[in-house]
Design a protein around this ligand. Structure first.
Ligand SMILES: [Zn+2]
Length: 199
């Protein structure tokens, strides 16, 4: 019951009665792919309807820029990247969707986060995990803390979609099993579709 309530409470991105809009555009895993799609197929970023009021016709409303990949060095740098924004003439809100590689609120790509979390799940310390990938120990520790805080909610929703994951009760058992079936971004996409705040 508590989980259901928390889940309901988190559905803040949508108005009552509307199915939550997925904020993730699938299958765009790198910044290069994103820039290519944005140039040649920008329509795939347009939400089907306004996440605030449900109106079905949105107008392109420029771009905003965000940093997305701290791993890249100058000279090979695509950051910050444009993210298309859309305007709803009905309620005058703007909205946008992120390509699947880019994580909301974090400057590292999902793939980098998954690699770091995999090291932690494999039993490495934060310090040793940081030695294996770019984010520092404190960043990885923060990600792991967040995963622990969200575990009950995330696992509840993912088990609804993938009942076999119900066999894995603990976080140290659940996430390796989940990441064997799908990438971290795929798992987050499922959660995002359910209206759960990610990561
Ligand atoms: Zn609207």
């Amino acid at each position: 019951m508590i989980l259901c309530y928390r889940g309901m409470r988190e559905r803040t991105q949508t108005t009552k009665g509307h199915r939550p809009m997925s904020r993730i555009v699938p299958d765009i895993d790198t910044l290069d792919q994103h820039l290519h799609q944005l140039e040649f197929h920008p329509e795939i970023y347009c939400p089907v309807c306004c996440p605030h009021c449900g109106i079905g016709t949105l107008w392109r409303h420029g771009d905003y820029y965000r940093k997305a990949d701290r791993e890249r060095r100058d000279g090979d740098r695509l950051d910050p990247v444009p993210i298309p924004r859309y305007y709803c003439p009905g309620c005058r809100h703007t909205c946008s969707r992120l390509p699947s590689g880019i994580a909301p609120r974090r400057w590292y790509l999902w793939a980098v986060q998954q690699a770091a979390i995999a090291f932690v799940l494999g039993g490495r310390s934060f310090r040793r995990s940081a030695g294996k990938c770019q984010p520092n120990r404190r960043t990885i520790s923060r990600w792991w803390q967040r995963m622990k805080e969200r575990f009950a909610l995330h696992s509840f929703h993912l088990r609804n979609h993938f009942p076999a994951l119900g066999r894995h009760a603990s976080i140290s058992s659940f996430w390796p099993a989940c990441l064997e079936q799908m990438s971290l971004v795929d798992a987050m996409t499922w959660l995002d579709r359910d209206g759960v705040v990610i990561p």
